[in-house]
Design a protein. Structure first.
Length: 626
């Protein structure tokens, strides 16, 4: 969390909203403490990296794109248990669990043009502490896959399926025991997303191609042979790369959204005929779950649409007896952004849904009403999430300038709060919020916030620290041991109330001694849409090649000295009401980057209300409002 007062005010508002909603519900999901999985520094997780949690909720798995490896970790402690290298790269993983066996398929794009064909490593992950290679499936020399290509295992672990992307796209099935290709079929267009249905002796594969705007359905026989079953192409919409197909519980229907056309479709898996559709603004990824009454629930993530500023969020749809309808919509404040990588996960009863956001907040909300039940500020960009109802835990992939990680967030089922109980604590600022790596002395940290009642303590990376009340109870103070600053990265700071409620996590960033640091920006807010204006950045370690970046775009930067930079912000950047990130990067040394600050381009604001007469009495008639 950035120590910016505008963001802090927004967080407080969300916390108040969350508390107010909780008062009207007797059974809600409360997101609690979080723990990070510390991955190797060279392990990069992209938007397609998706954590998987074992059915018992004890262990999780993730693949690293750049590290080309599969990593297992403990869901309770966040400790890495084991890893295994599978190739030059590693794509998204899939997992099956049958009896006491657990298999994971990890594709690796490698470099076919350089004589290193694409592969699929089938890993025996029955023991999360000892990952073993069960089979290595080698794709044809001319077959190319991408880092987002997924390999799918049948429920019995006998066959593995994968769709190649370039040259002539093909769907291939492999025998896991022999490693040999069993069958292959050409695809109409480069594949974007795939899904497998394998239940009740029926096996079907659905493949969406954004390139050809086709949804193709294939059958897989008991002997591993592939055959084409059906095709569907929407006449009034187009698929995007993030639109994924999902089978219904009985495999007879396929649900898929089309972001270019704002539609959610229900398609017959046997004939390819459309039998239902809904209008959903800018739909991206979808998730489906079977309901106790025989129907199904579909969660659709929405991203903001710039043309008409339609808000991002989640649409919850249901289907009963072939009838598709919208049940609720979750739409957080305008400050929250979602990306095409964000997915919805349901709890076991489908009464609550969880979704991460590009803004770094993880939400839990009611599927019945769309009302917020709880939230947790993890910080930085969140991508895919996975949920295990038994463990009551959510695993989220987080991307940040200092490294990618998996964050494990616990949740509880709580009853209605007692009348008069204070809302959970919230951190509004850290002083300091940036510290240098390799400090020679301990660091005095002051944490400001709200609802710091008596008995509140600070948690540093999940561990309780010696805490003192400060500033008449509006702040907490502690001293951090210098050993915490041995490595660059983020130190998690939380406040735990006497009743156990936890604040969202704030980040104390540890930077390398030579890295630039932004202390403040002037101005930190402007009324929008704004004309071009001069932005001054004050900090330290600024070099001649230091450049101000606003919302990811470099500006023509003037160096005023080692402690200040200046640049002009164009009307294009400031022409929309939004929060812009400000960062200093070194053009000569790309990995030298600063912390971030926020530049708030704000819209109309109400400062005071005046009525005539001064006192307004209910039912007394009309009055003037200024």
């Amino acid at each position: 969390m950035k120590s910016n007062r505008k963001l802090a005010t927004f967080i407080v508002c969300v916390m108040v909203l969350s508390f107010a909603i909780a008062q009207g519900s007797s059974d809600r999901r409360a997101l609690r403490d979080s723990r990070s999985v510390t991955l190797p520094t060279y392990a990069i997780l992209d938007e397609q990296s998706e954590p998987l949690i074992a059915s018992d909720g004890r262990v999780g798995f993730i693949s690293s794109v750049t590290g080309g490896m599969l990593v297992s970790f403990n869901m309770k402690t966040g400790k890495v248990l084991s890893s295994i290298v599978v190739g030059k790269t590693a794509g998204p993983i899939s997992m099956i669990e049958t009896g006491k066996r657990r298999l994971i398929a990890v594709p690796a794009a490698n470099e076919p043009d350089q004589g290193h064909p694409a592969t699929i490593s089938v890993i025996d992950a029955t023991s999360a502490r000892q990952l073993d290679l069960k089979a290595l499936l080698v794709l044809p020399a001319d077959a190319h896959i991408t880092p987002k290509t997924r390999a799918l295992l049948t429920e019995d672990g006998r066959y593995c399926l994968i769709a190649s992307s370039f040259a002539v796209p093909e769907l291939m099935s492999f025998d896991v025991e022999t490693g040999q290709m069993v069958s292959q079929l050409p695809l109409f267009g480069r594949p974007s997303e795939v899904a497998l249905y394998d239940r009740n002796e029926r096996r079907a594969i659905a493949i969406v191609s954004a390139e050809s705007n086709y949804l193709s359905v294939f059958r897989l026989t008991p002997s591993g042979q592939l055959s084409s079953a059906a095709n569907f192409t929407p006449s009034d919409a187009r698929f995007s790369e993030s639109n994924n197909p999902v089978f219904s519980a009985d495999g007879r229907a396929i649900y898929v959204a089309a972001s270019k056309g704002d539609r959610l479709f229900a398609v017959d898996a046997r004939s390819g005929a459309r039998f239902g559709s809904l209008e959903v603004s800018s739909p991206q990824r979808i998730t489906a779950i079977k309901l106790s009454d025989g129907g199904e629930m579909i969660g659709v993530t929405r991203t903001r649409r710039p043309i008409d500023n339609a808000p991002g969020g989640v649409t919850i749809a249901t289907i009963h007896r072939g009838r598709l309808r919208v049940q609720s919509e979750f739409t957080p404040p305008d400050d929250i952004e979602f990306s095409p990588a964000n997915n919805v996960e349901f709890d076991g009863e489908a009464s609550v849904a969880f979704v991460g956001s590009k803004s770094g907040l993880l939400f839990a909300f009611s599927t019945e009403t769309g009302e917020l039940e709880s939230h947790h500020l993890i910080g930085s960009r969140l991508n895919r999430v996975a949920l295990n109802p038994e463990a009551r835990a959510v695993a989220a992939v987080r991307s940040s300038p200092t490294g990618d990680e998996v964050v494990i967030v616990r949740f509880d089922v709580v009853e209605e709060d007692e009348p008069g109980e204070l809302p959970a604590p919230v951190i509004t600022s850290l002083k300091p919020d940036v510290a240098e790596q390799g400090r020679a002395k301990n660091l005095n940290l002051l944490v400001r916030g709200e609802n710091f009642a008596e008995g509140a303590v600070l948690l540093v990376n999940g561990n309780e620290a010696a805490t003192e009340q400060a500033n008449d109870g509006t702040a907490l103070a502690t001293r951090l041991n210098r050993e915490l600053f041995a490595q660059a990265g983020d130190i998690s700071i939380q406040v735990r109330a006497a009743n156990g409620d936890l604040s969202p996590s704030a980040a104390l960033r540890v930077v390398r001694p030579a890295d630039p640091v932004i202390d403040k920006i002037k101005p930190d807010e402007v009324p929008g849409p704004a004309e071009p204006f001069t932005l001054k950045v004050v900090g330290k370690n600024f070099r001649r090649s230091s450049t101000i970046f606003v919302d990811g775009q470099p500006l023509n930067t003037e160096r005023l000295g080692e402690d200040s930079l200046r640049a002009e912000v164009s009307s294009e950047l400031a022409g929309t009401v939004k929060r812009l990130t400000v960062q200093v990067r070194d053009l000569a040394v790309p990995d030298v980057v600063s912390n971030e600050r926020e530049l708030n381009v704000f819209g109309p604001r109400i400062r005071t209300l005046r009525t005539g007469p001064n006192t307004v009495v209910a039912g007394a008639g009309s009055f003037k409002l200024k």
